[in-house]
Structure formats: C-alpha cells, structure tokens
Design a protein around this ligand. Structure first.
Ligand SMILES: [Zn+2]
Length: 555
C-alpha cells in the first residue's frame, strides 16, 4: 500500500513524480479536447462520505454520489489528480496551477505557481486507473454533467483505507496541541484603513486561509486544536536600552494574541490553565496558549515575570540564539557566562513561584543541565530534536534526554527541517550551484526573488535544486517520527511531545502547515503507537507537565 512506501522515507520513494502521474486517459483527453469531458473520482474514501470531483466545461465540481453538487468553481482544465495520505486531493490544472481539495471536500484551496511547489509535494500517488465498473456506477449519477466521463476508482488503487480510517478516527478523538507557533505583531490586527487596504491585516487575519502556516481554517482542516502562540524577541545587547526594547516587543506580541482571542471569541480562546484548554476544545473552539521565546524579554526585572504570567504566559525560554542575561545559548558555541547566570537562577525561582514552565530549547547544554538542577518544577524543551539522529547544536543528546525525563520534563520534538535531518550537504550544494550560476547566495531557495534575479539562471537553478534535493532530501513526517521514536526509547512515552515551529521556520514535507497535522498521527498509527500513546504525545504529556508546574506554584 503506497502510504507506507511514501511515508517510510517521503520523497525518496516518490516514484513516479507528480509530473508523470495521473494524466488524463486518452479517452478523457479526447473528450476534453471536444469540450465535453468530465472525469470523476471518489474524494473521501469512506463510503459514508463518497464524493467525486468532476470536471467539465470550465468548472471543477464536487458531487455527492446522488449527484448533488457540494460546490463548484470556475477553473482551467484539469491535467491530473493525486491523493495525499491525509485524504486531501491535489489537482494539477493547465497553466501550471495546482489545486488542493480538503478531504471533507468542503474547501477548495488554490496553490498557484506549482512549479516550485510541485517538487515539494510530500505524498502524491498515481491514481490513474480507469475502472469500467466505476465508470458504469457513476455514469448515471453524473449524467447531468455530460455524456462522457472517466473515473479513477480509489477503492482499487488508493491508499490503505483501513489504516487511513483508523488513524483518522484516532486523530479526531485526540486533543492535538502544538507547543510552538510564531506570530507577527499584526496577528488579528484591525485593518487601519478601508477594507483590503491594509495588507498586513489581511495577511494576518486568522479567519482566512492565508499565507501563514497556521490560521483557523488550516487548524480546522488539519484537526489541530491548540497551539502555544509565541511571544518572541530576538537577542540584542545586554544593556538597559536593549532590555527596554525587548520588553516593548514582547508586549506587542502579547497584545496581538489577546486581540485575536478578543476579536474572534467565537473561534478561539486564550487558555490560562490546562482545564481552559480542555474546556475550549469541548466547546468546539480552537485554543491558544502563550509561550515566551527568549527570557531576554524580562531584562533584569524579575517583577516582569509575574506580569508576563498575568498576561497569560505559561512557558519562557532561557535564551534564543545568542547568549542572554539569563544564560548561555547553544549558539555561539563559545560560552559567555559558563551556563546560568545569577539573574538566570533567580528568574527560574520566580518562574517556579508564579507557575511558568521553564523552556530549555535554544539553551546551551551546560545552561540546560544547570536549569534542570536549579528548577524545583519539571521543565520542557518546547521545540528541539534529538541529537542522536541529527547532530545539530539545537538538539538534545541522550544524556540531556535522560536528565529531562528524570525531572519529569518533556521534549516536544520539532518539525524544523534542519533539526530533523542534516541539511548541511544540501545547503552547501545549493550555495555552490548559486555561486556557479553567478547568483547571490541565499539561505533558502524559496526566498529567491524572481523580480530581481535573472530568469534563465533561476530556471537552471531550480533544476539543479531539484537534483540536489533528490540526493539530499528534505525532512519528512517519517523523519520527524524517527525523532519521536528515539526520544520515546530513551525517555519513555510519558515525556515526549510534538511541536511545529510554524511561521518561525518550521514545516517539513507532509507537515507543511497546520492543515496537514493529520499526517503526523497517520505516521504514528502506522508505526504502531496506540491511541493512549498518541494522546500522550499530542497533548497529554504537555498538559500533565503544565499541571505539575501550576500545582507546585500554588503550594
Ligand atoms: Zn526557536
């Protein structure tokens, strides 16, 4: 069954690639040319939800088995279709566009400019076997759309439906919590001028399926219930002026998260306790929590910790990249303080006292081990990987994992490409290709600006990047679950969880945004994790830790 093949190693086994799969059959192509074509395929594979995508006369429609149109949209001709393991459907359209249809068939998501994206699609599969039987079964129901159609019958060639259905059932019963999702200050901002004139407000309107990796529609589509929204401040100088600026930046992010919960109270709640999380989800709402990334935000003002707690913060990291006033970061490698500082120790005491979890992600190893010792309460590593699988200084080695678990702390394994697989060879090869082509160095291919760079060179670069990525693949959901597997082996099932780092550099093949959250559960089920274990990984362990920290504070 193909999901196992695909998810075993993601793109490495993606064969044949999208561009060669699921073209229209000659019969359908001929009919398309005549302008009469329809083709249909079942969309959601469970019998109860059987729906079909139909193309004809310049529109794409989803119809029920009884022929009712669920929705339709004007669009270019469909060239091919493929099904992702989460049940979503990808449709390539003439003109180089790609459409994605959510598995419940209620949303139609355009993903334009497929050229860059096509190579990255995590889990496309051939789907193209016309079935005479299916054709006959559907011809009647779809008759109103025309007299020629071609059907792809998923029940014959599709994914492992038993696994898919089992995983889906578990996923929708499980409270899913992502411990790290970055935001901009303009999250949920009121448009400044007339409607549509304020592009940041439109971009960061969480009600729209927009460019961010997390918004309400994507959370709902992917079954992501809850996320820690991050009050992030970049590391600056360790002086009064720097601290003042950091505090200001932090407060702007608190404002944004509060504003989202206030403006869209019907959609999302801001949780201050684990019970708030449970209640919000029980009410059918999405849930936001607050984590602070970088204790730099508090400067040397210990009283600010209680203020941050009052604003809803429930974890705070000791550092980000660069040494803070509280302790040494994992980067630069050369320490500044030799671990925790005096104010760092006092900050941990205050965090324990008010009930904010101490986050050791981004900390250097010495800082982390000292924080474990100094904290009365268990701590978390809100978004890190395991070093045994990817030797990156952001990741935790087995000694750190064991120490974290011994303290009843939790590692939230992160879906950040370069912490999941070693991407150095890939990055080096891409940098070299850029140099050879006379293009300026860029960290990532996706940030190439087509307006300012030579088109022919870019086309060549794109080709080379595809070759390089075939040799040095990007991280997949399977790779992320390798980290989870390792952490569970070393720490035990009660001390491991999951995070994305979405909108802060996170995202991997198969979990590119919140709408693909189900793929993580699917892979866990495929690996044999039972429902109780999956619930622990997705939220149980993090909520247990949060509860313990809150109870210790109350004592
Ligand atoms: Zn981070």
């Amino acid at each position: 069954m193909w999901p196992e093949v695909i998810l075993a190693r993601g793109k490495r086994h993606l064969d044949p690639p999208m561009t060669r799969t699921s073209k229209l059959t000659p019969r359908a192509r001929r009919a398309t040319w005549l302008g009469l074509s329809l083709f249909a395929l079942p969309l959601a594979p469970s019998a109860a939800q059987h729906r079909f995508v139909v193309q004809g006369e310049g529109r794409l429609a989803v119809v029920d088995e009884d022929g009712q149109v669920a929705w339709q949209v004007e669009c270019a001709l469909v060239e091919g279709v493929a099904l992702a393991p989460n049940g979503n459907l990808f449709v390539t359209l003439s003109g180089g566009h790609l459409a994605e249809v959510a598995h419940d068939s209620r949303r139609f998501v355009w993903r334009a400019d497929v050229d860059g994206e096509r190579e990255r699609l995590p889990a496309l599969a051939p789907l193209a076997r016309a079935s005479d039987d299916g054709l006959a079964r559907r011809r009647e129901a779809l008759a109103e759309f025309g007299d020629d159609l071609c059907a792809w019958d998923l029940t014959e060639i599709g994914p492992d439906f038993e696994l898919l259905e089992r995983a889906r059932a578990i996923h929708w019963r499980t409270l899913t919590l992502d411990t790290h999702k970055d935001i901009r200050d303009s999250l949920a901002a009121e448009p400044a001028g007339s409607a549509g004139s304020d592009s940041a407000a439109v971009r960061d309107d969480p009600r729209r399926w927009g460019p961010n990796q997390v918004d309400f529609p994507k959370m709902r589509a992917g079954g992501l219930d809850c996320a820690f929204y991050i009050v992030y401040v970049g590391q600056g100088p360790l002086d009064a002026e720097g601290y003042a600026r950091a505090k200001e930046q932090a407060l702007a992010k608190f404002d944004a998260i509060e504003r989202q919960a206030r403006r869209f109270a019907d959609d999302i709640v801001l949780a201050r306790t684990p019970d708030d999380v449970l209640r919000g989800v029980a009410e059918g709402k999405l849930v936001s929590c607050i984590g602070i990334e970088n204790g730099y935000a508090m400067g040397e003002d210990l009283a600010l910790i209680a203020e941050f707690h009052r604003r809803g913060a429930r974890y705070m990291s000791i550092t980000h990249n660069g040494h803070s006033q509280l302790g040494d970061s994992n980067t630069p490698a050369e320490p500044l303080h030799g671990g925790l500082t005096e104010i760092g120790r006092r900050a941990i005491e205050e965090l324990n006292r008010v009930g904010i979890m101490v986050d050791v992600s981004h900390s250097g190893k010495t800082t982390m081990m000292q924080a474990l010792k100094h904290s009365k309460a268990p701590v978390l590593a809100s978004h890190s990987g395991v070093r045994a699988l990817c030797d990156h200084p952001r990741n935790l080695d087995d000694e750190q994992l064991r120490a974290l678990a011994a303290k009843r702390g939790v590692l939230q394994c992160v879906a950040f490409d370069s912490y999941v697989v070693d991407g150095k060879a890939r990055e080096d090869a891409i940098a070299k290709a850029r140099e050879e082509l006379g293009l300026p160095p860029r960290e990532r291919f996706s940030r190439v600006d087509p307006a300012t760079e030579d088109q022919a060179k870019l086309t060549e670069l794109r080709k080379r990047v595809a070759e390089i990525e075939a040799q040095h693949p990007r991280a997949t959901v399977a790779d992320l679950v390798d980290h989870i597997d390792h952490a569970v082996k070393v720490m035990g099932i009660d001390f491991v969880a999951i995070s994305s780092d979405f909108d802060g550099g996170g995202g991997i093949l198969g979990w590119r945004d919140a709408s693909e959250t189900f793929n993580v559960t699917l892979e866990l089920v495929r690996r044999g994790y039972d429902e109780a274990a999956i619930q622990k990984l997705w939220s149980g362990n993090t909520l247990r830790l949060w509860r313990e920290v809150a109870e210790l504070a109350a004592d």
